[in-house]
Design a protein around this ligand. Structure first.
Ligand code: ADP
Ligand code: MG
Length: 299
């Protein structure tokens, strides 16, 4: 392609909300034959809402949420926002206040903890609980499996090392996600899902979006996401990563083409080669089409 063609291609992209950071990014995109999609905020809307709560101890729901929110107010994670939003309903009814816990700690890809009224409150995934030597009863395991089968994300809450409740959170698929995966398949581009969320939820979302279990990687920490990109590259594939979070940025950098969701975090947008300003997954196809048109000889 001539420099003019590249300029035209980049310009067309920009006019459609596909920001391509330079000619190299546009060129690499036409070779992409494998795309890793992050789940939360990329395949899903990224606007999670609390759908149910299961308490295992005799405790009033508003008091439970008061404790949980005291920890989550310090977190910018979408799940934390969903929980704080949910807690506000009790606050508006003047049932509780939301204060902030002390000694807040955030464990990336796991959850959060803090001391609230002299109790240690931990909020996060089952693996975070297990890593902290907190035991999970068969009853809790059963409840987790049930919610995960419905494609819901589960968050466990413990007080002083004992699980006291499960919060179930739903984050619906983006309406275009399934079609985009199917069109990519017809374009000979393989789609893989990579997520920090648990296997059960990941597989249920995979089923909704049309990604096979074999092409799902769950419970992946940020550097593991990047390692998966590198492994695929070593197997000879040209890999794009599509993501929105801080936890996606190592993978966005490692990929041949990193694509950030426009509504995502600044860190992801900076790490990416292409920014999808509309946050619509159809623009993954727009980018590939544009690059193929600019760089393929047969036209
Ligand atoms: P993803 O890759 O899907 O964007 P993350 O790596 O950010 O997910 O998080 C993985 C898991 O860690 C979540 O599904 C949740 O169980 C837990 N988690 C992370 N941060 C929090 C938080 N602030 N509150 C509760 N749970 C959290
Ligand atoms: Mg995400």
């Amino acid at each position: 392609a001539t420099p003019t063609a590249v300029m035209v291609g980049t310009g067309i992209g920009a006019s459609q909300g596909v920001l391509i950071k330079g000619g190299h990014a546009l060129e690499s995109t036409h070779k992409v034959n494998c795309i890793l999609f992050d789940k939360t905020g990329t395949l899903t809307m990224g606007k999670p809402v609390v759908v149910s709560t299961k308490l295992l101890k005799n405790m009033a729901l508003p008091i439970f949420y008061e404790l949980v929110a005291a920890v989550e107010v310090n977190s910018s994670h979408p799940l934390a926002k969903a929980i704080v939003e949910h807690t506000k309903k009790f606050k508006e009814d003047n049932q509780i206040g939301i204060d902030e816990g002390k000694d807040f700690v955030s464990i990336t890809g796991g959850g959060v903890k803090a001391t609230v009224r002299d109790k240690e409150i931990m909020v996060g995934s089952k693996s975070l609980m297990l890593d902290s030597d907190i035991s999970i009863s068969t009853e809790v395991d059963e409840l987790l499996r049930e919610a995960e089968g419905l494609a819901q994300t589960t968050v466990l809450v413990s007080i002083d090392g004992e699980v006291i409740g499960i919060i179930t959170i739903s984050d619906p698929l983006k309406p275009e996600a399934r079609d985009v995966i199917s069109i990519l398949r017809s374009m000979k581009v393989k789609s893989i899902m990579v997520t920090g969320d648990n296997w059960g939820t990941a597989k249920a979302i995979g089923k909704q979006v049309g990604i096979d279990n074999d092409d799902i990687i769950a419970e992946a920490k940020p550097d593991q996401k990047a390692d998966h990109v590198k492994n695929l590259q070593m197997s000879g594939l040209t890999v794009a990563m599509v993501g929105d979070g801080i936890n996606d940025s190592p993978a966005l950098v490692a990929a041949d083409v990193g694509m950030a969701i426009g509504a995502g975090t600044d860190i992801a947008i900076e790490a990416a080669d292409i920014v999808l300003m509309r946050s619509n997954l159809e623009d993954v196809i727009t980018a590939i089409d544009l690059s193929r048109k600019t760089f393929s000889r047969i036209r």
